[in-house]
Design a protein around this ligand. Structure first.
Ligand SMILES: [Zn+2]
Length: 366
């Protein structure tokens, strides 16, 4: 998931077979058209980010910011926007869904309206975007969310919103696992390494944000532009299964030889080398994309179910060892992140009343 301004920088590192781009930003339609014209085999779709600007209502769950201001969308308007995405050569259409607040904040009628209206669309080229508060992952709301996702005629892309990492919230990591096990056509968008935990538990695919702001949903604000990356370099440290600021790595490795990386961008160079210069910030971005797809390549050759979860568990066990190793080598306190802790717990079963998904396809492009 990338802002249209950075799309060309990451594109060369996106594998055509298993990868793709979800574009955000004002020029996403033009960028989508240009990329798809040049690379017809690459999957490119758009998220208009209506959820970062408006909270949905039961009457108008879909809407769009246009050059003339905000536009509420009825069913005909929604169809027109989805057609517009396809006219700009998007691989499939994505609903411009507004933010869905928590159940206790009157979110249930909004969620129901999104699914009911989407089910009236006479098209088979559409992904329904569900940008939800993280609170939907709690036990009290999860069955309702799963029921709505399963009632949807289209594949669903879930975005979890929170201030900070949604999966650090109470019950959220377990809830997401149950949801992925219980809903056959679910994807996780605007996320981070949670993509792998979700796909391990049956999600069809995921879209990982290249910038921190694109790695979880944000509360709607009229001024939200969304998607711009900050000028300091951030890298995915694959051994730690975590994004870190390069400044943090420089602190850790101040007195010992830094970790190096063998990806196509780094070619054996140190992860601490990136400066605040624009070229370095871009190179750090490209490194992270390479490492993400390297990890995905490993996931992709596993069979869904136990083998895939076993592979993911091994990654987490290795990450735990690397945290310990790094702490002892550098003499620094490097805590094992809360989210990684929660992923090391045993996997929950599918939701009651829902048959576990069996024999799913291998994770598809997204
Ligand atoms: Zn690298």
């Amino acid at each position: 998931m990338v802002n249209d301004r950075s799309a060309n920088e990451v594109l060369p590192y996106v594998p055509a077979r298993s990868g793709g781009l979800v574009l955000t930003g004002a020029d996403a339609p033009a960028r989508c058209r240009a990329i798809r014209n040049a690379y017809p085999g690459t999957v490119v779709v758009m998220d208009h980010e209506s959820h970062t600007r408006r909270t949905g209502t039961a009457d108008t769950p879909f809407g769009l910011k246009t050059v003339h201001g905000w536009r509420d969308l009825d069913l005909a308007g929604l169809d027109e926007i989805l057609d517009g995405q396809r006219d700009n050569r998007a691989s499939c259409a994505v609903t411009p869904t507004c933010f869905i607040p928590a159940e206790e904040a009157e979110g249930a009628p909004v969620l129901a309206a999104v699914i009911a209206q989407a089910n009236q669309l006479r098209r088979d080229d559409t992904v329904v975007l569900l940008p939800c508060s993280w609170r939907w992952l709690r036990r009290s709301a999860l069955l309702l969310l799963a029921g709505q996702i399963r009632a949807c005629r289209h594949p669903v892309a879930l975005i979890m919103q929170a201030d900070g990492d949604p999966l650090e919230r109470d019950q959220a990591a377990e809830g997401l696992r149950q949801l992925c096990r219980s809903c056959p056509r679910l994807m996780l968008w605007r996320t981070d390494l949670a993509a792998f935990d979700a796909m391990g538990h049956g999600a069809l695919g995921a879209a990982v944000g290249v910038a921190a702001v694109l790695r979880h949903g944000v509360a709607p604000r009229p001024g939200n532009g969304g998607g711009g990356h900050k000028p300091h370099p951030v890298v995915l440290v694959r051994r730690l299964l975590r994004y870190h600021r390069v400044a943090t790595l420089q602190d850790w490795f101040a007195h010992v030889a830094p970790w190096t990386c063998d990806c196509a961008v780094c070619k054996g160079a140190a992860l601490t080398r990136f400066t605040d210069r624009e070229a370095d910030v871009i190179a750090a971005l490209q490194h992270s994309v390479c490492e993400l797809y390297a990890l995905h390549e490993e996931l992709d050759v596993t069979l869904t179910g136990d083998e895939r979860i076993g592979w993911w568990r091994q990654q987490l066990a290795d990450a735990w060892e690397y945290h310990r190793l790094l702490a002892s080598r550098t003499g620094t306190d490097i805590p094992f992140p809360k989210v990684l802790q929660s992923w090391r717990r045993p996997s929950p079963m599918a939701l009651p009343g829902v048959e576990e998904q069996q024999g799913q396809q291998r994770s598809g492009p997204s």
